[in-house]
Design a protein around this ligand. Sequence first.
Ligand SMILES: Cc1cc2nc3c(=O)[nH]c(=O)nc-3n(C[C@H](O)[C@H](O)[C@H](O)COP(=O)(O)OP(=O)(O)OC[C@H]3O[C@@H](n4cnc5c(N)ncnc54)[C@H](O)[C@@H]3O)c2cc1C
Length: 410
Amino acid sequence: MTTRRAILTTAGAVLAASAAAGAPAITGKAWDTVVVGAGVFGAWTAEALRRAGQRVLLVDAWGPAHAQASSGGESRMTRSDYGADEIYSRMAHASLGEWQTLSTVAGLPIFLGCGVLFLFQRDEAYARDSIAVHRRLGLPLERLDPGQLKARWPQMAFDDIAFGLHEADFGALMARRAVQTLVDRFVRAGGSYAQAAIQPPAEGAHLDTLVTATGERIAAGRFVFAAGPWLPKLFPALLGTRIFPTRQEIFFFRPPAGDARFGPARLPGWADWNAGDLVYGFPDLEARGFKLAQDKHGAAIDPDAGDRIASAEGLAFARDYMARRFPALAGAPLSEARVCQYENSANGDFLIDRHPLWRNVVLVGGGSGHGFKHGPEVGRLAAALALGDGAPEPRFSLASKGTIQARAVH
Ligand SMILES: Cc1cc2nc3c(=O)[nH]c(=O)nc-3n(C[C@H](O)[C@H](O)[C@H](O)COP(=O)(O)OP(=O)(O)OC[C@H]3O[C@@H](n4cnc5c(N)ncnc54)[C@H](O)[C@@H]3O)c2cc1C
């Protein structure tokens, strides 16, 4: 009870501080670095810079992991299955320790180790490559045939499934709580957070000052822009054709009364490869409901103006899939539907690179529907780039970001 009160007070303190923040709090100070955007990428970058001894100001127009940010909402999957994309398997593993540490200091869990089950209808290169990468890295990954799947999770139907890959060490991250807890820890440890909307920086030879929507000027030595799906609005010429926000729908259903088979103690997070158009979901976490969503990219969306009402077609797909894979949930009542957005790069690789004209500016984004789990590593890499002279990881460079959508990372 004490811990629960503590976390509520804590989250409230951050939000109250942001509401109270005005010109005197953010202007006229000698910030080493200003980070724009308190989603999962910006929050971890700010924390990494703070740990490196920087005086950091983190700002967000609405608040850490707010309802329309890509980092908002309830849950995100963390997994190291990435086919041949070993870089993301490594990053997921490296990030998991940070998430577990954050989870232990939060009043309520941030990481739930319910495991993750990937399902395949046939032999797929993605599965073969995942197995090879896990072997190479010495990471655990279980291959289960339909009989073993049925024995372990009898509440699921595996009629069309050839095999599954199970990662027992991974599971779910409680998204909004994770980011808000992180920002709170950052502030308690000496970082600064304020609510402010930053205007697109004016073109020029240098960037040394940001201007807020209400006219305050914030000077700093370095800047990190981690504005998620808003990056194209801040840098239209540079990123307007390189980051593609898409509309994604998520559904929560209520399991039968008194039925514990769909809770995290009995059911893992799961993803159905489904020929590359992934369908995925979570058990009923914290009684929010059984979650089901399509990972396939939806239509283009403007994060400010896009409508947030889920479609009848999306709901019908979710119901149909759920009835096939989880027969006892056929007809379960809908508890909640949400519309979020992915902020995709052309192929799904992240963007972590310096601005081409301003050496003191780092751009971070392109989470592409799979970025949340990597927050700690993305923050570490972005902070290193902001502080050092090193080159970016080639796959995360601006130069590698195409202008035609051709998804390659899942
Ligand atoms: C439905 C859905 C499901 C997902 N599932 C998974 C999953 O299972 N596993 C996984 O690992 N990842 C998943 N992801 C992806 C992951 O959540 C995102 O890649 C990640 O949250 C992106 O974080 P971000 O910090 O880049 O962006 P955001 O969270 O959007 O943060 C950007 C912030 O910048 C702020 N901002 C923008 N412009 C300005 C400005 N001018 N001034 C001040 N502030 C500004 C915004 O207010 C916002 O808070 C999912 C995403 C969605 C939407």
